[in-house]
Design a protein around this ligand. Sequence first.
Ligand SMILES: Nc1nc2c(ncn2[C@@H]2O[C@H](COP(=O)(O)OP(=O)(O)OP(=O)(O)O)[C@@H](O)[C@H]2O)c(=O)[nH]1
Ligand code: SF4
Ligand code: SF4
Length: 338
Amino acid sequence: MLTDEFGREVTGVRVSLTDRCNFDCVYCHNEGLGDTRGPMDPQDDEMSADDVVRFLEVAAEFDVDAVKFTGGEPMLRQDLEEIIERTPDGMEVSLTTNGTFLPGRAEALVDAGLERVNVSQDALDPEDFAAVTKSGAYEKVLEGVEAALEAGLDPVKLNMVVFEHTAGYVPEMVDHVAANDGLQLQLIEYMPELTGKPEWNVDIERVHDWLAERADEIEHREMHDRRRYWVSDGSSGADDVGSNAAGRGMVEIVDPVENPTFCANCHRVRVTHEGYLKGCLNRNDDLKPMGEMTKPEIRDAFREVVADRVPYYGEYMVRNDDGEWEINEKYLEEYAGA
Ligand SMILES: Nc1nc2c(ncn2[C@@H]2O[C@H](COP(=O)(O)OP(=O)(O)OP(=O)(O)O)[C@@H](O)[C@H]2O)c(=O)[nH]1
Ligand code: SF4
Ligand code: SF4
């Protein structure tokens, strides 16, 4: 297992398979790389299935035991089943998707080896949903969630970005996952530093406080030191505490913004759809192109990326005397040269 200078073991990889998407969400940061492209745009810059598998085989040699496939919309890749099928044994496979292509395809993904899925769903009302995603595919997403549950994906996490447009929907979304068997909710802090609209920000601590009142059990997940709140809709019994049965639900908060604790517990490296390895979502000055690399070269690139990893908040970005975040002087030269 590879460990960076800050003691963070690398146990997971996030692999973007495309930057194309059939949605145009107002908060999209495309894995820290900016705008997504339309679904029909050229795809010649995307890693091939062989490229992805070669990288995953190297990651497995370093004891990476989990891969998350993301996009853009990863289900636009027609070879997704093949990629999952060829993922090394013993690596947990999960997927983050907008859900629209799950109907009719969820079972094939499970047969290929997919274990769990995160589906973006920011609202329970079609018009509210359309305002955020600029898509009229709300019904398709619901069908997608249903198809994922039927195919046995467990859990099915609903991803909701909490910002000005959606903050008011949090209580009903929490009730929704509590009432529905197999669903969990992941509340994601809006990232103004990647999307450029600070005025849409809401204070995520208020959401924590509200959930702490509502929850009957609170857990800490080691990854990112995320907090998980177990909630009940009142219909479950004492035996259901800690379970995801109907009447019980789990709500996890992903709060990376200006959060050194989150970064201190970050165990993933990333790969862009073009095959660049990078150590941090928020940095694009540390890219290592894997392009035509052989396995020994990928091994070296992986070691280098891990060796260069630094926690973004608290090390790469530090607070100045006025309490504002700025790039740590010791990385300024490196950054300027990128
Ligand atoms: N800054 C930062 N944000 C992250 C990181 N991981 C996830 N996020 C944010 O969380 C969002 C949702 O991530 P997902 O891909 O659904 O899943 P996840 O929470 O990372 O992973 P699981 O909980 O294991 O399924 C991403 O789009 C990012 O905005 C991270 O390491 N750093
Ligand atoms: S579904 Fe995901 S990748 Fe597509 S536009 Fe929305 S946030 Fe971006
Ligand atoms: S170091 Fe921080 S910002 Fe960078 S990927 Fe990890 S958690 Fe995200």
